[in-house]
Design a protein around this ligand. Sequence first.
Ligand SMILES: *[C@@H]1O[C@H](CO)[C@@H](O)[C@H](O)[C@H]1NC(C)=O
Length: 145
Amino acid sequence: MKCLIFVLFYVFLIFSYKTVNAAMSEAQLKATVRLIRNVCQPKTQATNEDIKKMHDGDWNVDHPAMCYMQCALMRNRLMAKNNTLNLEVGINLAKSRLPEARKNPSIEAMTKCKDSAKTLNDKCVAAYEISKCLYESNPTNYFLP
Ligand SMILES: *[C@@H]1O[C@H](CO)[C@@H](O)[C@H](O)[C@H]1NC(C)=O
């Protein structure tokens, strides 16, 4: 089952990259986000409660939820080797893939958050710090899994 999800995910990614530079619709973004959750939640054992809390702006969550964010960011290569936000990848991704209305707000939030990862010796905490910053920079535009 896990394997099938991975295969479907990559088929989806390859397929969507082939439709060159076509920005996703809101529905496609939602589907992509759901796919990432379906991979990252079983992998990290993040609880539904913690995931919901992060979506609601309550970042008082356990370590597995932080690793869930790390998994989600890594799916899109949004973290550099040193566990900081990879701004260049993020901006390219936003420009080429996000729905039009989300492009600029997302680029702005990522630019504000480029140095938000502080706990660089724990990739999960670093991902949590980045995600929390992205949320707090623009709660209404937040769409991470
Ligand atoms: C992390 O790596 C990026 C490039 O890969 C670099 O620009 C940045 O300065 C590094 N940050 C830290 C805190 O080491």
